[in-house]
Design a binder for this molecule. Sequence first.
Ligand SMILES: [Zn+2]
Length: 196
Amino acid sequence: MPVHRFTFAISGLGRLIDLITSVWEINYNKMKLTTTFLLVMFSVIVYSQDIQKLADERIIEFPDIPGYQTLKCDFHQHSVFSDGSVWPNIRVQEAIKDGLDAISITDHIEYQPHKSDIPHPDRNRSFQVALEAGEGNDLIIINGSEITRDMPPGHANAIFLEDVNKLNLNDSIEAYRQAKKRLNLILRCWKNSLAS
Ligand SMILES: [Zn+2]
């Protein structure tokens, strides 16, 4: 075989090997991609099932008493508008996830540790924000607040208030009188008034 024909044959073989290798690489990459995709899908399915399971487990169940309907309520909650760490809409989302029927965000009137970051002269703000967040849901949101005094009668949650600002008074007894007048329902937090 002449030298130039032999060189051509070698070069042709080299191209064929390159072609086979590149086809194999494409298939290998495709396989890798398919495997990765399947793994991601599997993880998403497992994760979704876990989330659903957690959501189902989170619903609080209380049986109805014969002749009555049991409502699940939380009338003592705080948001960033007093010493809580979340915006009021998070309290609403939590309540919906817990399957509650009614809540009241009873932010402290007097105790305002986030005041420098979130000044709010209107003590009804957490209620208003929660009300907007709960729109379109069955959750009942009630205006309320926590009266926070060092001296007796100490701490108490007052709910069904029309205007929390009316309770923002220096005189403790008068604050309670106002709460009673507008109600309302006063829930004592703790016997020794140490509840936050
Ligand atoms: Zn409290």
